[in-house]
Ligand binder design. Structure first.
Ligand code: SF4
Ligand code: SF4
Length: 308
């Protein structure tokens, strides 16, 4: 049985690599008892801000067996997105690197579907479901348990090859060989905490979403807080500051995904072109992008807020 588990594990890891995932780790599917208290405290403090969905499906978030009956393993997958080319004009409103190309939800879902197909072809009929930010799964915890990444003091996940990656999981009813949890290599570093312009990292590993530019520019629907007006560092969608300063991002893995390559005009846009953007240009530039989530109105709100 052990040799079979080993064989299946190797098949999955090889297929994942072939599909472009730069890391794949596996953990035993179980109720995440140790996370229940953390999640409850975070919600009680209101740190989820308007992300009400974080309060839903409390039990499902902690128990993969409620998402996939008979679940045995959680496969964590990291897909890189650090762009080959960055925005050209230094004074142009800054777009988070994850939002340059096609919405990662679709790209990752397609990749993971292909991985599930390969599993079914090469191993046999197994039941599994793929998730990326799309269902109540504590993806960061699973990534840590699978040895693929550790939680940085900015609360995002990182590896020695940087933090510019998306996380996906496949929960599957197949026993596999389990990896050991990742070590944390933040050490005494506090660069992300020191660099955060809004002091949203209230203590190591804790983010107050109500102050986080990434949350405010992407998910938050209301008026942006006036007291943060001078602190947005020209960010129009997302932030990246705490990642850019991280020493583990000195040589990030650069993606090789056609679907993440943006409209060439996007990277060339000047400051004034950004501020004069029309709805038609918005639709063209962000046709398949995650930026669509803010709608034109949301992007304009962000642009007006950072306009000087
Ligand atoms: S994304 Fe930006 S605002 Fe949010 S914690 Fe990081 S540096 Fe601070
Ligand atoms: S900047 Fe330093 S403390 Fe923050 S995530 Fe990177 S290594 Fe960890």
């Amino acid at each position: 049985m052990n040799s079979r588990k080993h064989k299946y594990t190797q098949i999955i890891k090889t297929e994942a690599k072939n599909l472009g995932f730069f890391a794949c780790g596996i953990s035993k599917a179980r109720f995440l008892e140790e996370e229940a208290e953390n999640l409850e405290n975070w919600l009680k403090k209101g740190y989820n801000a308007e992300m009400q969905y974080m309060e839903n499906h409390f039990e499902k978030r902690l128990n993969p067996k409620l998402l996939v009956p008979g679940a045995k393993s959680v496969i964590s997958l990291l897909y890189p997105y650090y762009p080959q080319t960055l925005q050209k004009h230094k004074d142009a409103p800054v777009l988070s690197k994850y939002a340059y190309g096609e919405d990662y939800h679709f790209v990752l879902k397609d990749k993971m579907k292909k991985l599930m197909t390969a599993i079914n072809e090469k191993i046999g009929e197994v039941n599994g479901r793929a998730f990326t930010d799309s269902a109540p799964v504590l993806d960061k915890k699973w990534a840590e348990l699978s040895g693929t990444a550790w939680r940085g003091k900015h609360s995002g996940m990182l590896t020695k090859q940087g933090s510019f990656f998306f996380i996906g999981e496949i929960i599957i009813d197949l026993e596999l060989q389990y990896d050991i949890p990742a070590n944390n290599y933040c050490g005494t570093c506090t660069r992300c905490i020191d660099a955060c312009p809004t002091q949203a990292i209230t203590e190591p590993y804790k983010i107050d979403a109500r102050k986080c530019i990434s949350y405010l520019t992407v998910e938050f629907k209301g008026s942006l807080p006036e007291e943060l007006k001078t602190k947005f560092k020209n960010r129009v969608f997302g932030c990246d500051i705490c990642q850019d300063v991280c020493p583990h991002n000195r040589n990030p893995v650069i993606h090789n995904e056609q679907r993440f390559i943006p409209d060439p005009e996007l990277l060339e846009m000047t400051k004034s072109e950004w501020h004069e953007i029309t709805e038609d240009i918005f639709k063209k530039l962000f046709k398949k992008s995650a930026v669509k989530r803010t709608k034109f109105k949301g992007l304009k709100r962000n642009l007006d807020f950072i306009k000087q």
